[in-house]
Design a protein around this ligand. Structure first.
Ligand SMILES: C[S@@+](CC[C@H](N)C(=O)[O-])C[C@H]1O[C@@H](n2cnc3c(N)ncnc32)[C@H](O)[C@@H]1O
Ligand code: SF4
Length: 414
């Protein structure tokens, strides 16, 4: 079979194109049709017993706007369903209860995570979400509870979180960044981004979180910078902002123009505890400028402008030995620290996928230091390398951001 494919590929590109078209237009829809029937039958019988838990709630509460107008229900590193719609041709409302997202939810309710989730998904690591843990004393929690417990995949609830990862303009070119700022030189706002923001404004009277941003840099992007500067936080008082940033542009004058907003959480990605490592990993960054920005965050936190300030290290070969220093740096400023493993094909840096046992052993040694642990430190997805006795005393800042406390009583740490 393979040699036939190779033969056709090498000798008859026209035939190859027709076969691909046939597969895309005829075979794939037939497969989807029959697997939908199968899914619906199983869902019908399972649903009659009622649902008491779901492996993950994300596709029931969140939308993520990606590059080129694509929309996903979850972080694309965590899910196999890379797109549930596109803002170029659809609206948020059409996507939220559209066929693709309804199917995704159905598969989750049936526990078929292997079909829709990546095995290393951080949400799955939290463990199943029991419906009894949803806080029904908020209207948002009650609505979500009603939808999930009734096995609804067409939801009455609206999205509660929107991640604006749809424009990759950035001021840095970090060594491990996959969202590499292809549009860095071109800061004119794409049409789908403008359309998304306009559609999003329909939700500004609701309790929603705007999460800026999973791609690019929030203050280097013209759209998100202007959103923050022009946002009417008095009129839209239920909206809160969570920010993930390299921090550099949060300088005093800029901060004055955006500080009127209701920020809850900020994550500052630093990836180093020394100037040398910072320069190597955060290419284009400036350590002194970063230190000035940290002062802005520190003061803002002391004034109660953020409920939580985290500094983040994407753990890789160049920086893992600096983990203890990083925790100290966070503590000296009154911040939490968060550690997340590097993902993707960065052979030199990705110690988790390069099968280099020596680096992993060294990492385990670094992580065996008891001084590292406390509520202020979240080892997130490198916790597999942390001795078990420290798991109970670690914080879980990231997961409490993913599932805010007004919505969910956090599952036990383990
Ligand atoms: C893509 S950045 C966008 C937001 C902002 N520019 C920043 O640097 O925080 C979002 C987060 O992804 C992390 N990140 C970048 N490349 C990564 C990779 N290959 N694996 C895991 N995390 C990565 C960054 O360190 C950062 O914390
Ligand atoms: S600052 Fe963030 S978006 Fe920009 S290159 Fe670095 S990790 Fe990527």
């Amino acid at each position: 079979m393979n040699s036939l494919k190779t033969y056709i590929r090498n000798n008859d590109p026209e035939l190859l194109r027709s076969l691909r078209n046939f597969k895309k237009k005829i075979i794939n829809p037939i497969v989807v049709f029959f697997s939908d029937i199968n899914l619906n039958i199983r869902f019908f019988f399972r649903g009659r017993k009622g649902f008491s838990s779901v492996p993950c709630l994300v596709p029931f509460m969140r939308l993520e706007f990606q590059k080129f107008g694509n929309v996903s229900a979850c972080c694309t590193a965590f899910t196999k369903v890379k797109s549930v719609g596109n803002m170029k041709s659809q609206t948020i409302e059409q996507i939220w209860n559209g066929k693709k997202l309804r199917r995704f939810r159905k598969q989750l309710l049936l526990g078929q995570t292997c079909k829709v989730c990546m095995p290393n998904c951080g949400y799955l690591k939290i463990g199943p979400i029991f419906l009894k843990d949803i806080c029904t004393d908020t209207p948002e929690g009650e609505s979500l509870y009603n939808d999930v417990s009734h096995g609804r995949v067409k939801l009455n609830s609206h999205p509660l979180r929107f991640n604006l990862a749809n424009f990759t303009v950035c001021n840095l070119t970090c060594v491990m960044c996959q969202s590499r700022a292809v549009e860095a030189q071109n800061n004119s706002i794409p049409e789908h981004v403008t359309k998304t923001l306009k559609n999003l404004s329909n939700y500004f009277d609701k309790k929603i979180t705007l999460y800026l941003s999973g791609n690019g840099e929030v203050l280097a992007r013209k759209d998100t910078r202007e959103l923050l500067q022009n946002f009417d936080s008095k009129k839209n008082s239920k909206v809160d902002f969570q920010i993930i940033t390299n921090g550099l542009l949060f300088q005093p004058r800029m901060w004055e123009t955006i500080k009127h907003n209701n920020f809850t959480y900020v994550n500052i990605s630093i990836d180093a505890a020394t100037k040398e490592t910072y320069k190597k990993v955060r290419r284009g960054g400036n350590w002194e400028q970063l230190m000035k920005a940290l002062e802005v965050f520190k003061k803002a936190r002391e004034e109660g402008k953020f409920s939580s300030v985290n500094i983040n290290m994407t753990v890789m070969k160049s920086n893992f030995k600096e983990i203890p220093q990083f925790v100290e740096m966070a503590r000296a400023n009154g911040f939490n620290s968060l550690f997340t493993r590097i993902r993707g094909p960065f052979e030199d840096e990705n110690i988790f996928e390069s099968n280099n046992e020596k680096d992993i052993q060294e990492l385990k040694k670094v992580l065996s230091n008891p001084n590292l642990y406390g509520e202020d430190v979240d080892m997130n997805d490198i916790r597999d390398y942390v001795p078990k006795e420290f798991h109970k005393i670690m914080g879980n800042h990231l997961t409490s951001i993913w599932y805010p406390s007004f919505l969910l009583k956090m599952p036990e740490k383990g």
